[in-house]
Each structure stands twice: as C-alpha cells, then as structure tokens.
Design a protein around this ligand. Structure first.
Ligand SMILES: [Zn+2]
Length: 408
C-alpha cells in the first residue's frame, strides 16, 4: 500500500474526531439532527484547521445510508467511497486551479444531473477565494437556488476575497486556530497509536512550531518521528526544526559580552554556510537573552526558564557573568532586528545589530582613557559595517557622536 502521511491517516472520519472546533461541529450536528441543513456552507479559517475535513464529513453525514446523520457509519458504500475520494456524488474542486469561468459553467451544467448513489451531490470547493469574478458570477444563481439534490461546502483561508454576493448566499462557519492543548493531546494520541513515545517538552516544541495548524503540526511530527526512529526527545525536535544548537548561542552571547565582532560575523557566515535560517537564529538568540534576563531578575525561580536542569545550570552561570543592562539593550536591539528581518533579507540587519551591540559598552572597558569618541578607531572592514546604520538620522552632524548615540 502506498505510504500515507500522518495527516491523511489520522484525518478525522467523524465530527467527534475533529480537533478543537467545537462550536462549528455543534452547529452542523444540530442542523443535521433538526433537519435544517443549509444548501451552501462556507468554512473559513487558517490553513490546516480542518475546513475540507469537515466538508467531507458533512458530505458523509448527508449521504450515509444510515443518514442523514451527524454520526455517519463509516462502512457503507457511500461513506467508504467518500473517505477514499472515489465517490461520484462528492466533487472536490480546488478553485486555485479550477476557478475559471469555463470550469464554473461546466459545474453548473453537471449539477443538474441527479446523484448516482447518494442523496445529494456535494460540491466541495476549496480555496474558493481564488475563483475568478466571472466564475463567481456564473455560479451565483446555482449557489442561491440549487436543485434540491445539490449542496455546496466551500472553504477559504481568505474570506475577505470572496465576493459579497456569494457571502450573502452561504452560511458562513469560522474555524479558529486550534488551541495548543488540543493539538498537544492529539499529538500524544498519535504518537501512542504509532507505538512510540515522546517527551513532554518535545510535544510542546512540536506544537509551538505547528502554530495552531493541525496539518503543520502533524507534518513536523512526522519528520521528527522518522528522524528519532524511537522515543522522541526535545533534542530530536530541535534538530529537525533547524533550531540553532545551544552551544552556538552560548558562544554568541559570550562574544557579545567581550565585543568580539569579528568572531560574531564569522559565526553568522558559518551559520549561512551550514544552511541555517538567520531569522530562526535571531529568534533563538532573543529567546536565550530573555532566559538570561529572567534568571538575573529572579534567580530563585529558575523554573521560569523552560530548560533541562543541565542546560539551566549553564544558563545561570552565563547570566551571572553578564551586566543586566547589556542583556536588556541586546534584547531591545535584536527584537527590532526580528522585525526588520521579516521585511527583507535577514543577514544585513543581523550583522548591523551585532556590530551595534559590540560598539560602545563592550569595547569601552580598556579604552575609556581614549575619550568618548567611540571605539571604532581601527576602521577594519568589520567595523565599517555599522556605519550605514545611523543613516535614518535626519541631519548627520558629527559622525562619531551619532554612532555612539545609535549604539547606546
Ligand atoms: Zn455510512
């Protein structure tokens, strides 16, 4: 049998199995029980939250030989063909690729024919916001007043782009980002069903990386399971997700303290060579600085930092060596870098930030006698990097002063 992804294998087969969408499920279940199903639904919500899964279950619910029922049997011909995607009465169309006016006209014509085996023909239109305006217009009347045997279950991640004329003709059900706790429970269930184990911290890391999308979470879990080959640890997850090795972050923080810009730039270059994502690296560095700040502020509460005991001991040691105001200023600067990196290339903003952070305080120690005129006295290539940074200042005056101000 062909390999099936975890997401497909553990796709919910009934409303009860859908993860974290209680209100939508309740609405549909009630509508089926009370026999007041709408003829056109629009499911909206972020990717991987269950829109098409729910649409398929809805198709089963109306076509099951035991139905219409909110709990389709899952074994009748109708249920099994819908699950396997071979039902002639459930037509799934991705509007990103079938959203032209000809596709819409074709759909409109075929919709007139009665269903083959089930009660109703269910059109599942995915990414419906991608359909062209002409296609929408061709479907308007059908969606408004379809023949009794036709039902629409549309899905979109972007309801703002669906024409108002369509929105006014459908019943809209908004799916939400799935709660971390619901996803975590789902992850544990699946790992157990797969005959494996997973550390609690590893579950957290997988769920955090999946960011509320069941599909993304399971795709990460799948990679992690394949990589770990057995019990999944937090370390496995870090490696699969490409998070920066802890030792590298420790080394970078040390270099920030000593003002070793050349070493920092070399580290950045190495990370790029090794294929690391610098945005990820910056986030990891920010997260480490945050941990150090917490340990400095509340040394008696090390549990506020999410780390293994061994790792925490190392952090406590590092936190003890750093001036708090330097940690604070690094956090502030790098948080800004994270934002800049979203807007463009990740490398330059990072290098500029590192240059700025190594400028005034760290080098001042041995050179204070030399006056305040900022340390970059030997304009090495590395030191020249920060000079473009003050550019946003409106009226450049004395170069030395500006650099100093900017770095502070
Ligand atoms: Zn059935």
């Amino acid at each position: 049998m062909a390999y099936q992804s975890l997401y497909r294998r553990y796709r919910p087969g009934s409303f009860a199995d859908v993860v974290g969408q209680g209100p939508v499920i309740r609405t549909l279940t009630n509508a089926i029980t009370e026999d007041r199903l709408h003829h056109a639904y629009l499911f909206t919500g972020p990717r991987g939250t269950g829109k098409t899964s729910i649409a398929r279950i809805l198709a089963k619910a109306v076509n099951c030989t035991e139905g219409p029922t909110p709990a389709p049997c899952g074994v009748c011909e109708s249920c099994t063909t819908i699950t396997s995607g071979t039902s002639l009465d459930v037509i799934e169309l991705d509007m990103a690729s079938h959203g032209g006016v000809d596709d819409a006209r074709d759909l409109r014509e075929r919709a007139q024919f009665a269903p083959t085996t089930g009660r109703r023909k269910v059109y599942i239109l995915d990414e419906v916001h991608m359909a062209s305006t002409a296609a929408f217009n061709a479907l308007l009347k059908l969606i408004e007043e379809p023949p009794g045997h036709v039902m629409f279950a549309m899905a979109t991640t972007d309801p703002q782009k669906v024409l108002p004329t369509i929105l006014s003709r459908v019943q809209r059900l908004d799916l939400r980002r799935v709660d971390a706790e619901d996803v975590a429970a789902h992850v544990v269930r699946i790992v157990t069903a797969e005959g494996s184990t997973i550390e609690e911290v590893a579950v957290d890391a997988v769920v955090r990386a999946g960011d509320g999308s069941v599909r993304d979470t399971l795709s990460i879990l799948e990679q992690v399971l394949a990589f770990a080959g057995g019990g999944v640890t937090a370390e496995h997850v870090a490696q699969v997700l490409g998070t920066t090795p802890s030792a590298t972050i420790t080394d970078v923080v040390d270099r920030l303290v000593t003002g070793d810009l050349a070493g920092l730039l070399a580290t950045v270059a190495r990370l790029v060579d090794e294929g690391h994502d610098l945005r990820r690296f910056t986030l990891d560095l920010v997260s480490r600085l945050r941990d150090l700040l917490v340990l400095q502020a509340a040394p008696e509460h090390p549990e506020l930092v999410d780390a293994t005991r061994e790792q925490r001991d190392r952090l406590v040691e590092q936190a003890g060596r750093l001036p708090r105001e330097q940690v604070l200023s690094a956090l502030e600067t790098l948080s800004g870098t994270v934002v800049e990196q979203r807007l463009g290339t990740p490398r330059l903003p990072l290098e500029l930030a590192l240059a700025r952070l190594t400028l005034p305080r760290s080098t001042v120690a041995g050179r204070r006698a030399g006056g305040r005129a900022c340390t970059p006295r030997r304009p090495t290539r590395a030191h020249r990097a920060p000079t473009p940074a003050p550019a946003p200042a409106p009226r450049p005056r004395r170069r030395g002063d500006r650099v100093h101000h900017d770095g502070a």
